[in-house]
Design a protein around this ligand. Structure first.
Ligand SMILES: NC(=O)c1ccc[n+]([C@@H]2O[C@H](COP(=O)([O-])OP(=O)(O)OC[C@H]3O[C@@H](n4cnc5c(N)ncnc54)[C@H](O)[C@@H]3O)[C@@H](O)[C@H]2O)c1
Ligand SMILES: O=C(O)[C@H](O)CO
Length: 323
């Protein structure tokens, strides 16, 4: 008999069919806690595949036969990894498929904020372009400005590559350890967080959300940044204290922010961020291109098949559960 799995995100037809070759697939749209059909399917499920939703100990209690969870994302802060480890459930993710696309999004946010692309385009649509433009339409340069990257991992490196070779930007970075390759290839300079914030013209967060990174950027850190600086968050919303960020943007302590991620997603329509002209808010689209989302889904499907039918040899977050 084929193992039973719960799929909680709609997949392209060919990928869905590929799962069905190996498994009995119970498909849902998300992990709504009050869905009785989902609860029933979880009782038998050996595999789980999808993205978003909270997979904690209470959730895992409903899935006593679970052996592997495959997330269609690189970030896995929505999983309680300690609880997975305790139950011997392997977690797999998609670390390499989206790197370039997310770095492109970060670069796009830097350019959009600095050159005020959204604001100016809206003024054109509103019929305000009546003659030659004045300095109130001007933005600031990106090229040759200093970029501080918080978290020099895969996405940080891809961003550094774009900024260094494409825009001649000096690069500062902070990560858990020195990154000799970043220093060699992009002449990047390791700094502690305070020094990076004080010196950078652009600060880009490419960090995962962990206990250590939660609210890493708060009131004090924002005050430490140049008033001409632009903050880009492409990592996870709760790395920044959003209330403090709103204050800094309202008071002019910070020039602008380009945000793909938020403390609460979807961003509530009542958020003061949406009233600020110096904010570009995106709906968590870092990896959202047709090509990349397909590769991520295909990778997650392969990850689950390898985990449940063979030997998972890559993309395991907690390979220790296999020993
Ligand atoms: N906006 C989006 O759509 C989107 C898309 C992909 C990834 N992400 C987020 O970006 C994150 C990074 O992805 P990646 O593939 O580059 O991951 P990665 O693991 O390759 O890089 C993470 C980097 O952060 C550093 N780091 C971790 N904890 C730290 C700490 N406490 N202090 C300093 N540095 C620390 C690590 O040393 C590493 O250099 C993901 O975890 C995810 O949350 C967002
Ligand atoms: O972590 C990731 O892969 C992105 O945030 C997309 O969910």
């Amino acid at each position: 008999m084929k193992p039973s799995i719960v799929l909680y995100k709609k997949l392209p037809a060919d990928l869905h069919a590929r799962l069905e070759q190996h498994f009995t697939v119970h498909a849902f749209d998300g992990l709504a806690p009050d869905n009785d059909a989902l609860k029933q399917a979880l009782q038998q499920a050996e595999g789980l595949i999808g993205s978003g939703g909270k997979v904690d100990d209470a959730f895992l209690r409903q899935a006593p036969r679970l052996r592997a969870a495959s997330t269609i994302s690189v970030g896995y802060d929505n999983f309680d990894v300690a609880a997975l480890n305790q139950r011997g459930v392997l977690l797999l993710h998609t670390p390499t498929e989206l790197t370039d696309t997310v770095a492109d999004t970060a670069m796009a946010l830097m350019l959009t904020c600095a050159r005020r692309i959204v604001e100016v385009a809206e003024r054109v649509k509103a019929g305000e372009w009546q003659g030659s433009i004045g300095s109130d339409w001007f933005g600031s340069d990106v090229h040759h400005k200093t970029l501080g990257i918080l978290g020099m991992g895969r996405i940080g490196m891809a961003l550094a590559q774009r900024a260094h070779f494409g825009f001649n930007m000096p690069i500062l970075y902070n990560a858990r350890r020195h990154h000799p390759q970043a220093e060699e290839r992009f002449n990047a300079r390791y700094c502690d967080v305070d020094a990076l914030l004080a010196e950078a013209d652009f600060v880009c967060i490419t960090l995962p959300l962990t206990e250590q990174t939660h609210h890493l950027i708060g009131r004090q850190q924002l005050a430490n940044m140049k008033s001409s600086a632009i903050l880009i968050n492409i990592g996870r919303g709760p790395v920044v204290d959003e209330a403090a960020l709103i204050e800094a943007l309202q008071s002019g302590t910070l020039k602008a922010a380009g945000l793909d991620v938020f403390e609460q997603e979807p961003l509530p329509s009542s958020s003061p961020l949406l009233t600020l002209p110096n904010v570009v808010a995106l709906p968590h689209i870092g990896s959202a291109t047709h090509e990349t989302r397909y590769s991520m889904a295909a990778c997650a499907v392969d990850n689950l098949i390898a985990a449940l039918t063979g030997k998972p040899d890559r993309n395991c977050v907690n390979p220790q559960v296999l020993k």
